[in-house]
Design a protein. Sequence first.
Length: 480
Amino acid sequence: MKTTESRGKLLDEVRQGEPLIIESSSTGKKLYLESYGCQMNFSDSEIVASILTKDGYETTTNVEEADLVLLNTCSIRDKAEQTVRKRLKKLNSIKKKSPEMKIGVLGCMAERVREKFFEEEKLVDLVVGPDAYRDLPNLLGELEDGRNAVNVLLSKEETYDNIEPVRLGGNGVSAFVSITRGCDNMCTFCVVPFTRGRERSRDPQTIVDEIIDLSKNGYKEITLLGQNVDSYLWYGGGLKKDFNKSSSMAQATALRFADLLKMVAKAAPEMRVRFSTSNPQDMADEVLYAIAEHDNICNYIHLPVQSGSSRILKAMNRGHDREEYIELIKRVKKIIPNCGISHDMITGFPGETEEDHAETLSLMELVKYDFGYMFFYSERPNTFAARKLEDDVPLEIKKRRLSEIIEYQQRHSKENLSKYVGKTFQVLVEGKSKKSEDDLYGRTSQNNVVVFPKKNFRPGDFVDVKIERATSATLIGISK
Ligand code: SAH
Ligand code: F3S
């Protein structure tokens, strides 16, 4: 359960097993890269690593020997930005010992704070927004000429579709593939439309090509990524091969998310397919049928709701009310029996009363989610809520409501897991268990973590595991 900001991750810390070979003409310069925030940021870091490896950089896990230090940052909540600012201060002290070192800020915080970074954080040399990574080699040239460098232009077209990412995900089993960038939904609390710009979809052929390539390199699972995958839309065809001849997509001029999902599932039938994030207002029933029809599309949907109160959902501009969400959940459960469902929830949005909060709790009781990502409201500059609504729920009340929803979620997760005892699930092995050398861990289609004795199995194997017991967040079993 994620209730706090993700910690920064080192690039090389997660690189073992990386099978893709990158051509580079090494200049001996060393890059140290840390990522914060959402999966999309981790995926973007793989693009940045690809661009800079081609520009002659080698990666390092030792910040002290780096010529270039990049932080791929997150702005989603104030706490995420504070984490980055603290990290920059720490890097400043390291830079004092090696004054040649250059420090750059990438991602959402670069886009939000822009040139002000040079004044606010004296140690930042380079500021690059999420749509400007192709410009990194030029910008680094400007740094060599002794100038600070910045590019925060947002694009309506950039999808980095022809860049082969350097896989930093680590386990060699599971990889992210980005399918859309940006978001047009304008939820009133959310900074993403401002930092990541307009929504655009990636050429489906490049998506399929990347996935087939991953499959050839031994990967067994992909997660299609976008801020709002359900609004994926591609006009114009141009596919080299029709992976979906029998479906309506072959005749249709527009390719929607359900079509893409089916196309990917058929193009890589031996791989598991996941996706994130879905948006209730944009999720078509065709997506649910696609999951039900294809064994390799995982029975798991991350379906953020943010609040159980229709009044608050309206103020959030979420495009659906409580009843519509409940109807959608009913359809999910009917069309995909055994579907894992998770959520994002915010407590203490402006104007949230105890009655609204009680509606959130009652929605959770009704859905009984498998997982949850829960936060208290953090006002973000320039958003509609920041401009027009008073942040009027006191912090201690936001926190109390948060701890209540976390308590509900823990109880529901536990109840759901205990129902699995005695059943057998196919598990995709991801690696060694952290607790025991003799055990492996992996995930079920529903995204539950399963730990079981290693025997001769290895990461990347699909193993049928009979569940013997459940802890609060993990299933423990034995291979059949
Ligand atoms: N559609 C995106 C959402 C990104 S933000 C996706 O791909 O997941 C992830 C979650 O952060 C949101 O669903 C919301 O629950 C939370 N969040 C966004 N803005 C927030 C804010 N201002 N305060 C607290 N939580 C916020
Ligand atoms: Fe943010 Fe809403 Fe888009 S939460 S990323 S504006 S769907």
